[in-house]
Design a protein around this ligand. Structure first.
Ligand SMILES: *Cc1c(COP(=O)(O)O)cnc(C)c1O
Length: 371
């Protein structure tokens, strides 16, 4: 078998059964996206013009007035906040990350104050913002949001993610209406969402997306929304945004992925993934000591996973933590989802699995369970 480019520099092969996660490289690109990235990297262009044109094309794909292409969703958040704090004024742009006394408070619900690999609060601060959490971790009321708004508030931020507390939070429409009643922009972090039009159509003023997650693009991201906010975000490339530079090859890969996304048959992709899960469930259930079942994503997306637990004949002395330890220390590494490991559950996500991966997972689980 031929070695991968990563094995050639001495790293282990990884079976990604976790999802589009940064710690494993998020996603893989299609040939069409790869060609666009290589062609983009192989000649010159006026970068400010490319950023403007990419913004127009992203706006067409999202139904927004404008957009700003970024290096990732985190950068989209930081540059959006920077735009709102500076209101696009050059003197303020050059002074960031110091907001120099400008209004900079970003109100978010406490159950949305997540860590997605880095704290969302850090992205707010990078843009000169000051995060203001409201309510409690498991319960937020519209009044909590109202009371957090001051004359230093620049926007309300809603985080749409499976990482967030799902119960007890104020919903999108209510938070949007509160923002608009106070003449404040309503900003959304939709990094891993799969619908690129929905939240703009719902009236969000800024929506931030990752390019490498649902779109399966080169490492990239974008903010889309009101034209003025997109222009303010773009100006940051001559300030703090320089440290979040997005390359021409990343941008061309993203644009190709946006075209490709509209042509993709998403229902057929879900079916292929469900078939992988059904196969995994039936094969893993043949292994003595393990029970497997098909489950759906906690945030309600059309994502199905295979969940394993010990069945009644669980081998004495073996814990799920130890099973996972063996999965991640083998060669190849098998990286599953472990959010519920403390409850004795390991989940396998079929979307990032490559050819031969599901067979390998079953083989490795058999070896672990048979000692
Ligand atoms: C992944 C994620 C991010 C960060 O996206 P990057 O493109 O990796 O910067 C931000 N917010 C949420 C909710 C995420 O899931």
């Amino acid at each position: 078998m031929t070695l991968s480019i990563y094995q050639n520099i001495g790293l282990k092969r990884v079976v990604n059964a976790s999802g589009r996660v940064t710690k494993l490289g998020v996603s893989t690109i299609s040939d069409k996206v790869a060609v666009a990235a290589v062609e983009g990297a192989s000649s010159y262009v006026v970068i400010d013009d490319l950023i403007d044109r990419a913004g127009e094309l992203i706006a067409e794909h999202t139904g927004a007035e404008g957009a700003c292409v970024t290096s990732c969703a985190s950068a989209a958040l930081a540059l959006s906040i920077a735009g709102l704090v500076t209101r696009g004024q050059w003197t303020a742009v050059y002074k960031l990350p110091d907001p120099c006394g400008a209004a900079n408070e970003v109100v978010l619900q406490k159950g949305h104050s997540i860590d997605f690999g880095a704290p969302i609060q850090t992205m707010i601060r990078l843009g000169g913002g000051c995060p203001v959490e409201c309510g409690q971790a498991n319960e937020v009321h519209p009044e909590d949001i109202e009371e957090a708004i001051t004359d230093k508030t620049v926007c309300l931020l809603y985080v749409k993610s499976h990482h967030c507390v799902q119960k007890g939070m104020v919903d999108i429409e209510t938070m949007r209406d509160i923002a608009h009643a106070h003449n404040l922009p309503f900003v959304m972090d939709c990094a891993a969402e799969e619908d690129f039009r929905k939240y703009i159509a719902l009236g969000a003023d800024i929506v931030c997306y990752s390019g490498a997650k649902a779109l399966e693009a080169t490492t990239s991201g974008f903010m889309c929304g009101k034209r003025e906010y997109a222009e303010w975000a773009k100006r940051q490339y001559h300030g703090v945004g320089r440290a979040m530079k997005v390359g021409k090859e990343q941008i061309m890969g993203l644009l190709a992925a946006l075209d490709q996304y509209e042509a993709r048959d998403h229902a057929a992709e879900v079916e292929v993934n469900v078939a992988k899960i059904d196969w995994l469930v039936s094969e893993i259930n043949k292994i003595r000591g393990l029970h497997a079942e098909k489950i759906q994503d906690e945030a309600g997306r059309a994502i199905f996973r295979c969940r394993i637990t010990f069945d009644s004949e669980a081998p004495v002395g073996l814990t799920m933590e130890q099973v996972n330890e063996k999965l991640v220390s083998g060669d190849p590494i098998v990286w599953a989802r472990t959010e519920f490991l403390n409850l004795g559950k390991i989940d396998f996500d079929p979307r990032p699995m490559l050819e031969g991966d599901k067979e390998l997972i079953v083989e490795v689980l058999k070896q672990i369970m048979e000692g």
